[in-house]
Design a protein around this ligand. Structure first.
Ligand SMILES: Nc1nc2c(ncn2[C@@H]2O[C@H](COP(=O)(O)OP(=O)(O)O)[C@@H](O)[C@H]2O)c(=O)[nH]1
Ligand SMILES: [Mg+2]
Length: 232
């Protein structure tokens, strides 16, 4: 069955909030009058996420799990499985304002990609997380010429037909956000950035140090590859 909107949520060790936040999200979506589905994909969870998630499976909700860790792998699987052209990514902690969902859903009629930007709205993030993301945003502008202000995985809206052809290039991690934005823009796609308020006070599931090194490495690879293709 095809739906009008697919919400995708990667999860790791979210057993304690999985059911409550999924119900919250479903209640919100039921009030929006949009024909939606939710796809949740866990990989590498070592708590009761899989058991809790499998019990949530229903008419509008799919849950799956992969053996290997990494949000990129979960993202690929969820996009492949999505039955809708419009796909919006959400984090399981629901730290972003849910009104982003109907807003992005409307904008995807006109735009190829919607960047929900936490920097432009309210945020409660630690000093180190802000510093790491600001340095990264600066480097993306410098190297790739993109001037968006949020490359985190949450609060992004995609059109499936635009990104499906790039899925094979996505690796295990979270760099796919920058890479997809870059490829969509390069092909002349229209991208809009909108502010999203964010209340995120819990500890990140990502290791800031490893994540920063990984993202920098991927950014430099993308930059290098693009320069090479221009020269050749
Ligand atoms: N499937 C999957 N999800 C992950 C992984 N790492 C983080 N996540 C999920 O990604 C989302 C964002 O994580 P979170 O810690 O809130 O990110 P932050 O607040 O931006 O630092 C949450 O739903 C996590 O459960 C992973 O390796 N695999
Ligand atoms: Mg979070």
């Amino acid at each position: 069955m095809t739906r009008d909107l697919t919400l995708i949520i990667p999860v790791i060790n979210e057993g304690n909030i999985l059911e409550e936040n999924t119900r919250k999200l479903e209640a919100f979506m039921d009030s929006q009058g949009v024909d939606y589905e939710i796809i949740i994909c866990s990989n590498g969870s070592t708590d009761d996420t899989v058991g809790v998630g499998e019990k949530l499976i229903g008419d509008r909700l799919r849950f799956s799990h992969l053996k290997d860790r990494g949000v990129g792998l979960a993202f690929r699987k969820m996009v492949e499985e999505a039955s809708s052209e419009k796909i919006i990514s959400v984090d399981m902690d629901l730290s972003i304002d849910l009104n982003f969902i109907p807003e992005a859903y409307g904008l995807l009629d006109e735009y190829n990609l919607v960047v929900g930007s936490k920097k432009m709205g309210e945020q409660e993030r630690s000093f180190f997380r802000l510093l790491a993301s600001n340095v990264f945003i600066y480097l993306v502008r410098l190297l790739m010429g993109l001037d968006y202000r949020d490359y985190s995985i949450a609060a992004k809206g995609y059109r499936r037909s635009d990104i499906i052809k790039h899925l094979s290039l996505i690796d295990h991690g979270s760099s796919y956000v920058v890479e997809l934005i870059y490829h969509v823009k390069k092909r002349g796609g229209e991208i809009i950035e909108v502010p999203v308020s964010c209340h995120d006070t819990r500890k990140s599931k990502f290791n800031i140090y490893n994540e920063s090194i990984y993202r920098l490495k991927n950014l430099l690879t993308l930059w290098f590859r693009e320069r090479l293709t221009r020269i050749m």
